[in-house]
Design a protein around this ligand. Structure first.
Ligand code: AMP
Ligand code: DBH
Length: 548
């Protein structure tokens, strides 16, 4: 079917697109088609559960059609950008499939996003609507959305999910009023953009990631296969579900693709999530490393709910230290899978039958035989096999450009379409990748380069240190000094600079890698998805956090 390409979207070159179709990656199926097919095949199987809902595939299918019809009545239609900011609850799935079916483009925001993130995004993309909740975890999302509407000219409608419609601010619509009798819906082209993801850690114009039905469903399908999902799968969305990892690696979409069940927990902490695992019979979930540490510590302490249904625990989003990786499987009674991915595309997995040494020490290998990877130096030349370099990639589900952002595209992509991941990696002879860190995660101390990740691994062996992050801080003489942020294992025993330095020295580490400062911190700042935020730590330093 002919389609006009969305303004601001960089499509794959025609030859590449044709190849991805011939290779069987892109099948022409849309998200709506996928849900219709599952609803026809297993209408009575459970598609989505949370504390308040249990919907079969037939119900989810009907609900998303009903809501699509109601939103269509509001004038929301093809290529309209709709900010979606929802916690992990069943309606998330209903809402995104309603938007997919209209050809409207959900823009996936995280519950932790606030005005400083949301308003520039809404402005940059000309969002016409926003779908959110009323009060969640004591924060009034509807009020925030309404105030953004006052600022952003194009933003006409704010809709909220709520138990108490009377408490919604004036002008915010109750989503429940838009579940109409299902009517006709547009026929869509799978090569069209289906939604926009946000790239983590951007400054300036927001970096939005356009994904098509074709490319994303391929990544979902491959992920579901690699993670061995089937109709018995119960995937627990533990991380904020709008993030690419719980959305698609294999995430909620993978579970639906396989005809399994999506379970939602609004709170990822062990107290709530462990109970959800027991109640819903969860078989697989995905965590970021700081959360994995919390879960492991709780499980190792004993007396948890019954976690015996759990078969696979994924960890990804940031480098998982081997020390932690080794504990995850035994503590949670599941197979560990490391996942190295990015919303821009490429996702790597360790395989479920990999030897333990591969699973604890690597971030796996690409999910697709059609992923192209190169490890290059600053000049763009390939580095010798097995040495560290910058990872660049291209393939059937890796974007060719951010949405409407020429400047970010000039930086983020090579002229021949490779995405510069910004990650420093080493490719092992067995094909597995070891992520050494972000290109910026090096401290340049008077010309000597110190790997944050390497030094962090040493600090984690210190008995009084639970978690450690190394960042470079400005120094008039050295250029940068080495600042170690450490979280004490026991708040009563705060590691001193002296003890940390002598500990590292005793481990036989070169003198120039000794931390110059140690900052004891009770809790690490986190990004919206729960990764430790180095950016925020740098800001703390700039604001004068002092070492001791
Ligand atoms: P985002 O921009 O939020 O999509 O984050 C993608 C980035 O997260 C990647 O480019 C990596 O820097 C990082 N990342 C994701 N998974 C892993 C992992 N398993 N190990 C190390 N870094 C990771
Ligand atoms: O961090 C990420 O963005 C990420 C991690 C694991 C991701 O996008 C993914 C898997 O798909």
């Amino acid at each position: 079917m002919p389609s006009t390409v969305l303004n601001g979207f960089t499509p794959w070159p025609a030859a590449a697109a044709e190849r991805h179709r011939e290779q069987g990656c892109w099948t022409g199926e849309t998200f709506g088609d996928m849900l219709s097919a599952r609803a026809a095949a297993t209408p009575a199987a459970t598609a989505v559960v949370d504390d308040a809902h249990r919907w079969t595939y037939a119900e989810l299918d009907r609900r998303s059609r009903a809501l699509a019809t109601g939103l269509g009545r509001l004038g929301i239609g093809r290529d309209d950008r709709v900010l979606v900011q929802l916690p992990n609850r069943a309606e998330f799935v209903e809402v995104i499939f309603a938007l997919f079916r209209l050809g409207a483009l959900p823009v996936f925001c995280l519950p932790a996003h606030r005005r400083a993130e949301l308003a520039p995004i809404a402005t940059a993309i000309g969002a016409t609507a926003m779908i959110t909740v009323g009060v969640h975890q004591r924060f009034d999302h509807a009020a925030l959305a309404n105030s953004i509407r006052a600022e952003v000219h194009a933003l006409r409608h704010v809709l909220a999910i709520t138990d108490d419609a009377r408490a919604l601010p004036e002008g915010v619509l109750d989503l429940a009023d838009f579940r109409d009798e299902p009517g006709p819906l547009p026929v869509l082209d799978a090569s069209a953009v289906a939604f926009l993801q946000l790239s983590g850690g951007s400054t300036g114009i927001p970096k939005l990631i356009p994904r098509t039905h074709d490319d994303y469903l391929y990544s979902v399908r491959r992920s579901a296969q690699i993670c061995e999902l089937d109709p018995g799968t119960v995937y627990l969305a533990t991380l904020p579900v709008a993030h690419n990892f719980p959305m698609s690696s294999p995430g909620i979409l993978g579970a639906l693709w396989a005809g399994g069940t999506v379970a939602m927990t609004p709170d990822p902490t062990p107290a709530t999530a462990f109970a959800a695992i027991e109640r819903f019979g969860v078989t697989i979930t995905g965590l970021v490393p700081p959360l994995a540490r919390l879960w492991v510590e709780r499980a190792e302490a004993g007396a948890t709910p019954n976690l015996s249904t759990l078969k696979v625990v994924q960890v990804g989003g940031a480098r998982c230290q081997e020390e932690l990786a080794r504990r995850i499987g035994p503590a949670l009674g599941a197979t560990l899978q490391q996942v190295f991915g990015m919303a821009e595309g490429l996702v790597c997995y360790t395989r479920l039958d990999d030897p333990v040494e591969v699973v604890v020490a690597t971030q796996g290998r690409p999910m697709s035989e059609f992923d192209e990877l190169r490890v290059v130096d600053e000049s763009g030349a390939d580095v010798p096999a097995g040495t560290d370099g910058n990872l660049i990639t291209r393939g059937p589900y890796t974007i060719r450009g951010y949405f409407d952002n020429a400047e970010a595209n000039a930086r983020g992509f090579t002229p021949d379409g490779w995405y510069r991941t910004g990650d420093v990696v080493r490719l092992r002879p067995d094909g597995n990748i070891v992520v050494q860190g972000r290109a910026g995660d090096w401290v340049n101390r008077g010309g000597e380069k110190v790997s944050a990740e390497e030094l962090e691994a040493h600090l984690l062996e210190h008995p009084d240190i639970r978690e450690a992050v190394i960042i470079g801080t400005p120094d008039p003489v050295l250029g940068q000094r080495i600042c170690a942020f450490v979280q004490p294992a026991d708040p009563a025993r705060r590691p001193s600079l002296l003890s940390v330095r002598s500990f590292v020295r005793l481990r036989g580490v070169a003198a120039w890698k000794m931390p110059d400062d140690v900052v004891v911190i009770e809790d690490f700042p986190e990004t919206g998805v729960g990764k430790t935020s180095r950016k925020e730590l740098r800001r703390l330093v700039a604001e004068g956090a002092r070492g001791r």
